[in-house]
Design a binder for this molecule. Structure first.
Ligand code: SAM
Ligand code: SF4
Length: 388
């Protein structure tokens, strides 16, 4: 069947999704984490363009999203809010982020519908991120709904861990496959300097609760020359003592304010530091993610290296992103490609949305450098809106 969509492009489709409103449950509010610093609320960014032309085969087996470099996309990072209870220096502008107006954030129904569309396109792994996902009301209900979607192999979450230890049993019951916990320091004062909040003890409580409940945990540590490079060995020792992966992330320049255009702590320098403090890092076979993984003699867990700034993993990148306001990004460094929320609001059907997604994926940049060239800073480039 061929139809003309609202943008005037011809879209070929073969199936139809009945909307099932009764799948949508009432949300529950998360633990009150206290007032976050004051923010401003910004207006919606300019609409992203969309070119619709490709054919979407919905049904079994799902189509796969493949770009022009033959990279299959199977991993969706879904930002569920741009709100956060921390103000990490590398993530948010110093004077606070311009918050997306509430009505411009994706609703729960939209998040579920979009995820279903992406699962039908071959996505198998979904990571819920933010902002801080636990700042979104009804997060646990949302996770349950996502978990129940057909086609999903694994559901993950990235969190700063603040004030969420009490939710850990629920995460385990939901069947969350892995929790990435952001933690840049084990020093209370440094934590406050980096994040703007005296929250280290709280985050460590979450860390230990996650381990006590046998959840798979990865620690995300952004290496910031002036703040925590002296703690690289100390952070790595968490993987000596616990069954976790400690991943060192190069600081990326993609934030609300322009900084870090040059990098002082790239992965090689971090590896050198680890080697001199802890011994030889033995490489582990790639497991499909962006991290280079290592083991160190005597360690229970593993070490990961995420070259977010030097971008050495682009040739195997398998991910796609939806920002908190529904903009799709085919590369973290690239521009928004399509405005999915706008398409939903315009009444575009799921198959046409799938076609637009396929089209954009097929035109994906070769790497983060190509994607970044000519792409000036935009408010939506704030990590807390993109989701990292
Ligand atoms: N609030 C949650 C958290 O912090 O885990 C989820 C959202 S946060 C944007 C996702 C990840 O992006 C975190 O691990 C954070 O450290 C990372 N991140 C944010 N800004 C970054 C930057 N400029 N460079 C490298 N990593 C960054
Ligand atoms: Fe918030 Fe996460 Fe960004 Fe820190 S990294 S400000 S916790 S969204």
């Amino acid at each position: 069947m061929v139809e003309q969509d609202k943008q005037g492009a011809f879209v070929r489709y073969i199936l139809y999704y009945p909307e099932s409103e009764d799948l949508i449950r009432q949300s529950s509010e998360p633990k009150n984490l206290g007032p976050a610093p004051r923010d401003t609320v910004r207006g919606r960014q300019g609409k992203a363009g969309n070119g619709l032309a490709s054919r979407v085969w919905k049904g079994v087996p799902a189509v796969s999203l493949v770009d022009r470099f033959q990279r299959s996309i199977s991993y969706l990072r879904l930002s569920v809010t741009d709100r956060c209870n921390l103000r990490c220096r590398y993530c948010m502008p110093a004077d606070g982020p311009d918050l997306i107006p509430r009505e411009e954030l994706l609703t729960r129904e939209e998040l579920i519908r979009l995820t279903r569309i992406f699962l039908d396109l071959g996505i198998r792994k979904v990571r819920v991120t933010g902002g801080e996902p636990f700042m979104r009301g009804g997060l646990l209900d949302l996770l349950r709904e996502l978990r129940d979607l057909s086609g999903l192999d694994s559901l993950h979450i990235t969190t700063n861990g603040l004030g969420m230890a009490s939710h850990v049993p629920a995460l385990r019951d939901i069947g969350i496959a892995g929790v990435n916990l952001s933690l840049d320091t084990l020093d209370r004062h440094t934590f406050e300097k980096i994040t703007g909040r005296d929250g280290l003890d709280d985050v460590l409580e979450t860390f230990h609760t996650l381990l006590d409940h046998d959840l798979t945990v990865k620690i995300n540590t952004v290496v910031l020359g002036e703040w925590n490079s002296d703690e690289i060995g100390r952070m790595a020792r968490l993987a000596r003592d616990h069954q976790v992966e400690v991943r060192f992330i190069e600081e990326m320049p993609l934030i609300g304010i322009a900084r870090a255009s040059t990098i002082h702590w790239d992965q090689e320098r971090i590896i050198d530091r680890l080697t001199s403090e802890l011994g030889t890092l033995r490489p582990l076979p790639p497991n499909g993610g962006t991290a280079r993984r290592f083991t160190i003699a005597g360690f229970t867990g593993t070490i990961g290296m995420i070259a977010g700034h030097t971008r050495s993993f682009c040739s195997t990148c398998d991910r796609i992103r939806i920002t908190a306001s529904g903009l799709m990004k085919t590369c973290l460094y690239g521009p928004d490609t399509i405005d999915l929320k706008q398409m939903l609001q315009d009444g575009v059907d799921d198959n046409a949305i799938g076609a637009a997604v396929s089209e954009q994926v097929s035109n994906r940049s070769s790497d983060g450098f190509e994607a970044h060239s000519g792409c000036g800073p935009r408010a939506s480039d704030c990590m807390s809106s993109i989701g990292g």
